[in-house]
Design a protein around this ligand. Sequence first.
Ligand code: UD1
Length: 417
Amino acid sequence: MSKLVIRGGKPLCGTVSVQGSKNAVLPILAASILCTKGVTVIHNCPDLDDVTITVKILRFLGARVKRDGHTITVDARSKIKHRIPKRLMQKLRSSIIFMGAITARNHRAKISAPGGCKLGARPIDLHKDALRALACDITEKRGYIYVNGKNRRSSEITLRFPSVGATENILLTSCMTGGVTVLHNAACEPEIVDLANFLNAMGASITGAGTPDITVTGVPELHGTVYTVMPDRIVAITYLCCAAVTGGNIYLSNTVPDHLETALSYLAQCGCLVEAEDSRIHLSAPKRLTALAEIETSPYPGFPTDAQSLFLALLSTAKGTSIICERIFESRFKTADELSRMGADIKIKKDIATIYGKERLSGAQVSACDLRGGAAMVIAALAAEGTTEIDNVCYIDRGYEALEKNLQALGASVKRI
Ligand code: UD1
């Protein structure tokens, strides 16, 4: 088990290039099995454990996959299996997206519940209801979900909540289903737009992605394409927080500032100078940040729940009292306990965290509770006095490529032991 050892107190300065998006590449890889004419070449795939597991799933299904640096080529022209074993399903959350992809390709699927970070209850009822609305028959037996999609047909669906994963499953299931499927209250996250763009590049007909109303006109088959995955917006916010909390001055390249609007505006409200131009962002931080009156997580374009833990760490050293309301995932405040070990003063009441900013945190032995919680501990450690050891680094590795190398290049004292 490796640990990250961070000696805090150094302002981060320099340039970092943002990796491709984890949450975009995973559904795009699942979608690649729909291509029966030609191959798909996917650029800007981050080198992460979750991508490696997804490639394993694709190979298990029978696709030929070549991984060359940040480019993955998928050839799914031969027969694709209709089932994924539990041991692979349970390794990550986005394995659930294969439910729609396999059903579209094979008219049936056998999968189990997915794994992923423990952020509270993570039901998949919306995914199943959506497939049922598309006239798929779903049964469950001994931990497996069986989808029979032989008679599936287009439909009009309104999601009870704009779930990212359920929206992705609907796009995948319906893009090769005859007729026109109309989805209301769809998730508007940029990763949904990226998936729709990828499917359209393969010949699908999807309009409205990025808005709550998406129309999918089914096409008989999809063809090969070359596609570049969008930059990771949460990784971008992470590096900005690392610089902000240390009084640093950094430039991000390979990013889409429009995707980060709410986070950028909060960083500016904390006292940072934030400038965005084309695919670059410049952030220059004051010696000490100012507290934020109230932040609330909500679906895009609101403040992302994935950035909540990052701001919990950031605001722990801001001047004044901040409030964060978590409206998406119930167990996302576990990181507060770990931050407290470093001297942070955070009170949690149900889904509201009150953060009383301390001038300094101090180094301690802490743990990553989940992927973004782990990144939050890195942010806190960079700001703290003394040395922090973070264990459970495997969580952080699920979402960040070359984290310590990038932080070292920005002047941080970080090593892995
Ligand atoms: C995706 C992201 C995750 C991000 C989240 C919200 C991936 C791999 N993960 O997760 O990083 O934090 O979007 O932006 O892309 N819900 C239900 N029933 C369902 C599905 C979801 O009640 O069937 C609820 C969830 O419990 C949660 C909310 O809806 O409270 C949001 O979940 P959802 O948007 O589906 O998140 P994921 O797709 O799992």
